[in-house]
Design a protein around this ligand. Sequence first.
Ligand SMILES: Cc1ncc(COP(=O)(O)O)c(C=O)c1O
Length: 497
Amino acid sequence: MDKFKKITLNRDLDEHLYTQLYNSIKDLIINKDIKAHDKLPPIRKLADLLKVNNITIVKAYSLLETRNYVYKKVGSGTFVAPMENKNHLMELDRLDDEINEDIRLMDRGQIELRENMINFASATPTPELFPVDDFKKVLNEVLDRDKGMAFGYQESKGYFPLREYIVEYLKIYGIGTRTENIQIISGAQQGIDIIAKALLRHGDTVIVESPTYTGAMATFESRGAKMLQVPMLKDGIDLEILEKFIDKYHPKLIYAMPNFQNPTGYSYSMKTKKALLELANRKGIIIIEDDYLTDLDFYTDESVTLKSMDRYENVIYIKSFSKIFMPGLRLGFLIVPISLNNEILIAKQTSDISTSSLIQRSFDLYLRKGIWRKHIAYMNKIYKERFDVMVESLEEYLPEGTTFIKPKGGTNFWIGLMDGFSSKELYSHIVKKDIAFVPGGVFYPIEVDSNYLRLSIADVYPDDIKIGIKRLSQAIADFYQKKNVKVQKKSRYRPIL
Ligand SMILES: Cc1ncc(COP(=O)(O)O)c(C=O)c1O
């Protein structure tokens, strides 16, 4: 027991207590501080010693057993296993650490790519698609035209001519608005952040789709909001559950991506869009509509925005230019109902004073020259080709029991493994095959062991899509064969109240 007295567990770390304990005991075993066939302390005794729940000890012991560091004798307890295959175990642990690090990074919206990896994880367009030459011309023109003005602070609401042009541009999308309603932002992520900063107080409740965009969850969490998850069905948010949650928990906001949702790629039907607007109006709740990808609409003419149908001024619309133009511009805009204008403006001012003057002026010129139409048409062509190859490849190669619902546009595909199989486990299985994807658990506020995974075509060329899906499908088939990776099926949504 003395050896175990030295173990310290830190509740302030992100890492679970049971994995900290697992690592500490594993170190005792590897360093031979405890020897083969030594008995581990009884669960309750160790729990008392370390001042943790019994369950923490149970989980740590089970993980040690799964990794063959210990063995159990029914009725007698848990014992240290002989260490013949220590190297193999340490290799397993190293791989596990790498995978957990990958997933932690994905949680924060990043991925570290290894050489030659086919990257279905990233949702950012391949850089050679960026309209660099056209942008270079407008940048130079703005510098010649505006000189030092281009480097001053811009008004916090945004460069007036840009807001003016956006009002015109929105008419094409059936949205009628005015310059007073337009708030320029440094990317959609900032839009979510300043809305949360302006409208949420600690302890307020926000409804999110389940699964949903990780960056939005991180923002709501950072504002101390509670998130309620409502399942995303193939034709949009589950309205029945939504209404029940609204009545029971009185949320302040609903955060939604009605077209080509991230991560599922599903879109709300027209019926669901209308019903959601009507419901939000009846209950007096504001909807944040995150429109990050409506432009990539390949097979529907239903991808209209909620904002274009918002007769009650209940929707704050967020438009990102990242996915269709260039993420590094850090540019987007909000359409804010007049009643919220001031609060949003103050939140923007206290975030970064204003979005870059040079970028706003250049983008304004880019829009006014009409180059954006050509670029959107080009992106549509490129992505439709990738989209079609992806659909064909999934239909051809995915093994039986693996599902996906064909989206009508966008870049994301939501793949369901057979019940009971974990996409995180699949990730560790496939890492050596050089395919990256995002395990579905990342898209829930509390990481769950989901059997779904997100594949994105944003950063993969058509030939690689075919090769990658073939390889991935083979790996999934192998994975199904390994019955010992079966995991408990978890519910797909869970309110955290
Ligand atoms: C749904 C969604 N909203 C917002 C963002 C952030 O976009 P931006 O680069 O404009 O901040 C992303 C980025 O991936 C996204 O997927």
